[in-house]
Design a protein around this ligand. Structure first.
Ligand SMILES: [Zn+2]
Length: 224
């Protein structure tokens, strides 16, 4: 740590008669802006394809839902396996949904028998067949392949993050609040979140929650 500190300060000259101030990252840019933070973070994400991310951020879903999905897509969600990989001490790395495999992001959100059931219910609800992929990114992209365009495409795109968030919330509820596995609840929460967003953010969407759960495709087609 001492060596690291000396390396960091060796390039800077201490100036007398100038008060200490906090300076944000880039030397030329002393004021923090969101775009400068994005540029700074993007440097560390080189090599990670982010074509789909443009659509992800525009998708019809709550920001915290999209943020969770984004963390899953770039493998930054703190699953038990990820925490151990980063040096955390854990008693167990077993998935709390199935108690049989290690809890990696790929397992928890795609491969786990509980996740598989959730995606199966989701497909049944939407009347679609997803590309069967155990990889996270292609799984997400299977939601982007619908024939819809414009705002309707963004509604389709938003459902994947809602299901991901449903799985994550249930995992946390089991881990921290003595919750129990309930696959239907995962889908019901995803339906409720997507409906709430559409109801409050889309003028052309005037369907009840019951309509949304019974015939989502007709509801999506009304979005303009
Ligand atoms: Zn599992």
């Amino acid at each position: 740590m001492e060596r690291s500190l000396l390396e960091r300060v060796s390039g800077s000259a201490v100036k007398r008669y100038i008060s200490d101030t906090q300076v944000w990252g880039d030397e030329e840019l002393e004021r923090y802006t969101v775009s400068s933070a994005y540029t700074c973070l993007a440097k560390h994400l080189r090599g990670i394809p982010h074509v789909s991310f443009d659509l992800l951020w525009k998708a019809s879903a709550f920001p915290n839902v999209l943020f969770t999905a984004w963390r899953v897509l770039i493998d930054r969600i703190p699953t038990r396996e990820a925490l151990v990989r980063r040096g955390a001490q854990m008693e167990s790395t077993t998935c709390v949904l199935c108690w049989s495999e290690e809890e990696s992001a790929q397992h928890l959100f795609i491969e786990c028998v509980i996740a598989q059931r959730a995606w199966s219910l989701c497909q049944k609800w939407l009347g679609i067949v997803l590309v069967q992929s155990n990889e996270i990114k292609p799984h997400f992209e299977s939601f982007l392949c619908t024939q819809a365009s414009g705002k309707q495409k963004l509604v389709w795109t938003g459902i994947w993050p809602d299901v991901i968030r449903g799985i994550w919330d249930q995992r946390n509820s089991i881990l921290y609040n003595q919750g129990v596995v309930d696959v239907e609840e995962v889908i019901q929460m995803a339906q409720l979140k997507s409906w709430s967003w559409l109801k409050h953010r889309t003028k052309s969407f005037n369907y009840s929650f019951a309509d949304w759960t019974i015939n989502p495709v007709i509801c999506i087609k009304s979005v303009k």
